[in-house]
Design a protein around this ligand. Sequence first.
Ligand code: FE2
Ligand code: FE2
Length: 254
Amino acid sequence: MAPAEAPASGAPLDPALFAEGPARDSRFQVKDRWVECANFPVDHPLRLVEFLHRQMNEEVNSLESSAKSVADFPSADWSLRMWLARQCADEARHANMFRRLFERRGGRVGEYPVLNFQYRIITRSDTLIGRLAIQNRSFEAGGIDAIAFSLADPACRSDAELTALYEAQLADEIIHVRFANDWIISETKRDPRSVLAIGRALTTASRAFAHVMGTEGTEGGTYPVATAARLESGFSRDEIKLASDLAVAGRPAS
Ligand SMILES: [Fe+2]
Ligand SMILES: [Fe+2]
C-alpha cells in the first residue's frame, strides 16, 4: 500500500484513522510507529531474527482481523465466513511457524517491540468489503510480493528452513488474496456502489499507513510486483500492470 502522506516523525497517531489495538500480554512492548521498532541495518546479524519476531506478531494481527470480521459480520455469505475461518487457521499456523524459527535462532518472545497497525487499520473500516480490500487485497498482496522477492534471493535460498517457511506461507497467502478478490469481484457486480466503500476504506487506510510508517519506514520503496503469484491470486493483468507501475514509481532511482 503506497503512503498518501507522511506526517513528521513523532507526531501522535490520529485516533480517527485507527481502531483500538488488540490485546497483548505483558511480554510484549507494543509501539505505534515503525521508527520506534528495532530496525537493524540490512547486514546486521540480528536483522533476520528480529524480522521473524515482528512477522510472528503480524501473522497474529491477520488472524485477529479475520476473526473480528467473522464476529462483526454474522450475516455475510456463509462461504465467505468459511474462507475467513480457514484464514484464521492458516494465520495461526503461520504465527507458530515464525515463532518456532525465531526461538530456534535464539530469540525470546517479547524481546523486540511490535506494531499492531494492521489490525488497527483493518478493523477501523466498518464494511466487510473495505476490510477485505485493505487486509487481503492490499496488505497480503504486498506480502506475496515480499515473499516472492525473498524466495528469489540466493541468500534466502541458502537457508533451507527459511525457504521452506516462505514456500508454505506463500501458498496460503495466494489463497487468502484469491478468495477475497473473487468475492470482491462478485460483490461489486451485484452492488456497484460497493466500489465507493472500497475507495473510502483504502483512502483512510493509506493515510493511516503513512502515519505508522513515516518517511523512515518507506524509504526503501516497495517490492517488485510478483506477476505470476498475483495472477494466481485473482488480479487481472491490468491491475498487475498498475501495481507494477506504482511500485516502480515508489522505488528510489538507482
Ligand atoms: Fe499469513
Ligand atoms: Fe494471509
